[in-house]
Design a protein around this ligand. Structure first.
Ligand SMILES: Cc1cc2nc3c(=O)[nH]c(=O)nc-3n(C[C@H](O)[C@H](O)[C@H](O)COP(=O)(O)O)c2cc1C
Length: 448
């Protein structure tokens, strides 16, 4: 049955081939169906109730399918506030990231013209497929932001339903939206119907361990016309202390027809491969793993761990500096802007360790490697602190003082060789002081 939308376009209620219960839906291609039927067996009791079921046009459905084909099997760079600045995303794309996402933008401020929020719309020329993420709980704001995303050349819009920070949740944004799945579905249906861009939704498994409702949320989002659902396998209150629940993620992916993108704890190509193969997800997403090693996209494509020594990594970090100079400006003002980000990145870069599959695969199956405590020298690789090269030891320092000085040195040097010599000279004077500060930092870094 065709319905007529406001603009006179033919619209079709979206439903997926599915049987009557949430737990037994089978995977199939999207089909059109009567609007009063639901994949989860829920029967809307009146006209107001079924506002959570989207009526997407054929064009909208076609665009959703096109996006899914572009995403299938590709490791996606997660939305990362602060970390996902444009120069960093460009660096990831240099290493083969084909799908990237913006930092979260507050739709209300974006629509009011806030320059910081507008800057988040901008993508680098090498970002081939770019998702723009917004925080909102209002259909009009979502539609308005969607229009701006189209003008900026984004490939899709994503609604943040996972942000745990109080600034967002106190305003009913981010993970607060998970509290009422039906209301969330109405919001998503309203935005999905109102924009000429696919809409994905990024969720967590629930707000807390006693309120895990991801199965129900994904069922509602499926009816609401989400092109895909990104699931970060943790609750909002969990932070990063416990491993992401890939077993729950697998259940969710396998019991819904709306494609699921799995997210949580990917650090090596073999963990990425295993998650993707075992879960039935459309594809997977990486956050902290990319912040630690932006070359993870190349590793996943090539199916091997790159063993990059300190000089090679220094060259990569200098490339980030060069992208920052181009983006923010190679002058005092540009430096001020860049230095909100650059030293911060070393909080993650310093966690890099070579993790060859033959040594680490079995322990990665017990606990994700990103959650394992790694000493400065990796005992599993036979490393000893005193025999680590000075530059290697310096780049592994967790001290914020070290990060500030490394960033300044890289910014000020005009070649890799000059940067290396300057850093070694600095380390000769300050390494022991920096290393003494390290222990206080561990907990903070682990929180991401
Ligand atoms: C520094 C940082 C910033 C983040 N910012 C966002 C954000 O803006 N929007 C969002 O949906 N998730 C954000 N996240 C969560 C990540 O997108 C991702 O879901 C989470 O880190 C789990 O993936 P991982 O285990 O690969 O890091 C952020 C995470 C980190 C570490």
């Amino acid at each position: 049955m065709h319905l007529l939308a406001k603009g006179g376009r033919a619209v079709l209620p979206i439903l997926y081939c599915a049987t009557a219960t949430e737990s037994s839906v089978h995977v199939g291609t999207p089909v059109m169906a009567e609007p009063s039927t639901s994949t989860s067996g829920r029967q809307p009791s009146d006209a107001t109730e079924d506002k959570h079921i989207a009526k997407l046009t054929e064009e909208q459905l076609g665009r959703n399918q096109e996006l899914l084909e572009r995403l299938r099997g590709k490791l996606i760079l997660a939305p990362l506030t602060r970390g996902g600045n444009l120069p960093f995303r460009r660096l990831c794309a240099d290493f083969g990231a084909e799908v990237t996402m913006s930092e979260m933008s507050f739709a209300r401020h974006l629509l009011k013209g806030d320059p910081l929020e507008r800057a988040r719309l901008k993508r680098s020329a090498n970002e081939a497929c770019f998702g723009f993420q917004i925080a909102t709980n209002n259909i009009g704001e979502g539609v308005g932001a969607g229009k701006m995303a189209i003008e900026a050349g984004a490939s899709w819009l994503d609604l943040n339903c996972g942000c745990p920070i109080y600034e967002a949740t106190k305003r009913g944004l981010g993970s607060a939206l998970l509290r009422n799945p039906r209301k969330l579905a109405r919001l998503v249906a309203g935005i999905a119907q109102g924009i000429d861009l696919p809409l994905t939704v990024k969720v967590r498994t629930g707000t807390s361990s006693s309120k895990i409702n991801v199965q129900q949320v994904v069922s509602f989002l499926q009816d609401a016309g989400a092109a895909a659902v990104i699931v970060h396998g943790r609750t909002a209150e969990q932070r990063y202390k416990k491993p992401a629940d890939w077993s729950l993620l697998t259940d969710v992916a396998q019991s819904h027809d709306v494609p699921v993108i799995g997210n949580g704890d990917i650090l090596t190509y073999y963990e990425a491969q295993q998650r993707l193969n075992d879960s039935g997800c459309l594809t997977h997403m990486v956050g902290r793993g990319a912040l630690i090693k932006p070359w993870i996209f190349q590793e996943v494509k090539e199916g091997r761990e790159l063993n990059l020594d300190a000089s090679e990594r220094l060259g990569i970090y200098r490339r980030l500096v060069s992208h920052m100079k181009e983006h923010f400006g190679d002058d005092a003002k540009g430096r001020r802007k860049a230095f909100y980000f650059l030293p911060w990145h070393f909080d993650f870069f310093c966690r890099y360790r070579y993790l060859p599959e033959d040594v680490f695969r079995s322990s990665s199956q017990e606990r994700p490697l990103i959650g394992q405590r790694m000493d400065i020298a990796a005992a599993d690789l036979g490393e000893e602190l005193d025999s680590l090269p000075l530059l290697e030891r310096t780049l592994r320092c967790q001290s914020p003082d070290a990060h500030a000085e490394i960033a300044a040195t890289l910014w000020d040097s005009s070649s890799d060789e000059e940067a290396r010599a300057a850093l070694e000279q600095l380390a000769d004077q300050k390494l022991s002081e920096w290393e003494n500060n390290d222990s206080d930092r561990e907990e903070q870094v682990a929180e991401g």
